[in-house]
Design a protein around this ligand. Sequence first.
Ligand code: HEM
Length: 255
Amino acid sequence: LSVGALTSNYYAATCPLTEFIVRNTVNQALRSDSTLAGGLLRLHFHDCFVQGCDGSVLIDSTKDNTAEKDSPANLSLRGYEVIDQAKQMLENQCPGVCYDSRGSMKRGCDLCLLLLLLLFVSAGAHTLGAARCASFKKRLSNFDPNNDVDPTLDSNYARMLSRSCTAGDDTQVGFDFTRTRFDVNYFYALQGRMGLLTSDQTLYTNPQTQFIVNGYAMNQASFFSDFQQAMIKMGALDVKEGNQGEIRMNCRQVN
Ligand code: HEM
């Protein structure tokens, strides 16, 4: 794999077990909580869309600076501890390698970013994961002056959601019925007017994108391959190279 400045096996010479360690850490974490696949995927997405994929979403707030992770849009991100664990294992295996490797390499790629990229292998977009009722409850009552419930929502599904959400705003509902499986059930849900967020259902109600939903629902292989390409591109957004930025010793703090 090689995209722009990024290559896989970047640490082949300086820390050959890097990718193995990261993959293992992720697999172990997923074995104890398979919903983390969704959490990690979203973490990567949110990182990449603020000034590129630089792992900045991992940084903790300090008393002088409120970090990205503490902004309202990022409060429900999760999976940080998996990255901490992988980084810890790497530091044990190859102490300081992410510090001193840069000089000897033609192009730099932040280790924390590499971690996020690899974490990605085990994940997929809204086919994985869940949303809290707080994110979609507006669709379930007092929707607009003419409709109590969002009319693009299947009425049985809307009733089921309302029942689930009586437990409170933090109740989680999967985007599809297989929230920990990367599959095309998400697209079937959209076809059945069971898209959880307005932004999900819009993919189907909008005539310009409906054919994409139908295409993926019919052809899982094409979804998998397009998703793979999209994620590779997303992961390469504005990656810092050479002397830009810094390689963090601790993913949660600037050096
Ligand atoms: C129009 C674009 C998008 C919107 C409006 C959107 C919105 C949301 C919202 C509101 C949630 C639920 C948050 C909560 O209630 O706590 C969510 C969850 C999630 N999003 Fe997106 N999203 C978008 C695109 C993406 C993309 C491009 C990806 C990945 C490449 C992604 C991956 C995820 C995942 C995996 C979850 C579940 C996280 C978990 O289970 O912890 N989303 N998204």
